[in-house]
Design a protein around this ligand. Structure first.
Ligand code: SF4
Length: 260
């Protein structure tokens, strides 16, 4: 892959390993990683995502986005008195989350970041599998099509809503000031397009505002990877030898796109 690539545009010392599409320059893996970190640093600073002393709760699923998020925030925030706390939410999805939990715990341990595990069952009273089963039973009992307004929700709709709620409850229990999630540029762009199609100007504007505590029980959420493209998240993980959870969720084939 690297055979025909020129030397790194930035350091002019090492052989390049990747092509930066935004400006057509070739970079070595170290300069590429520094560039990705600098995008996150700029987002944090321009959008005023954190205060100096924040207790930052990082939603760590063990997937590529949250793994890269924790790695970069760990590099950025060690210069500040802020604290990073990793929180993993076990949705209760059989044959899926069991594999991801030890990976998430190990990621936090390798960075010496405090790690906490919470579950839907513990915080909400039901696992996602139970919610999906209950929803199926209820839908079978609902009147047939045409008689009333029946809105069918897929597993991902429940999962998205309850995961945000669970993270908020966990953040409050841990006295967190902000909840950081691993949404990348692709996720944020999809959300903007969906909000545009829905004509939801409030949600469109919200993305541009600094994080705000809109309710006393709400811990503001931030997306430090919002300017990093998914492709660059994957490359960052690869060049930094980050191990992450790659098993596909059994509900993924029913995945719609919930607005976050
Ligand atoms: S695919 Fe859907 S159900 Fe599975 S973890 Fe993602 S959002 Fe949750």
């Amino acid at each position: 892959m690297t055979k025909n690539l020129p030397e790194c545009y930035t350091c002019k010392k090492k052989p390049a390993v990747t092509y930066r599409r935004i400006d057509g320059r070739y970079l070595c893996k170290e300069c590429f990683s520094k560039w990705v970190s600098s995008i996150v640093r700029k987002t944090v600073s321009q959008k005023k995502l954190f205060e100096r002393n924040d207790r930052i709760i990082v939603g760590l699923s063990g997937g590529k986005d949250s793994t890269v998020l924790l790695d970069i925030l760990h590099k950025i925030e060690r210069k500040y008195p802020s604290e990073l706390i990793a929180v993993c939410i076990d949705e209760g999805i059989a044959n899926y989350r069991e594999d991801g939990l030890p990976i998430a715990e190990k990621i936090a341990k390798n960075l010496d970041v405090e790690f906490h595990l919470f579950s839907f069952k513990e915080l909400i009273g039901y696992s996602l599998d139970e919610i999906v089963e209950r929803s199926r039973e209820l839908q079978e009992k609902l009147p047939s099509k045409g008689e009333t307004k029946i809105v069918k929700h897929g597993p991902c709709s429940f999962c998205g809503v309850f995961r945000r709620k669970a993270l908020n409850i966990a953040a409050r229990k841990l006295n967190g000031d902000k909840v950081a999630t691993g949404h990348n540029l692709n996720d944020v762009t999809q959300t903007i397009l969906l909000n545009l199609l829905r004509g939801d100007s409030n949600k469109l504007l919200r993305g541009e505002l600094p994080p705000e505590k809109t309710h006393e029980l709400f811990v503001p959420r931030v997306k430090p990877l919002q300017a990093v493209a998914e492709r660059d998240v994957v490359l960052y993980a690869f060049y930094n030898n980050l191990t992450y959870h790659t098993t596909e969720c059994p509900y993924a084939s029913k995945m719609g796109r919930s607005i976050s």
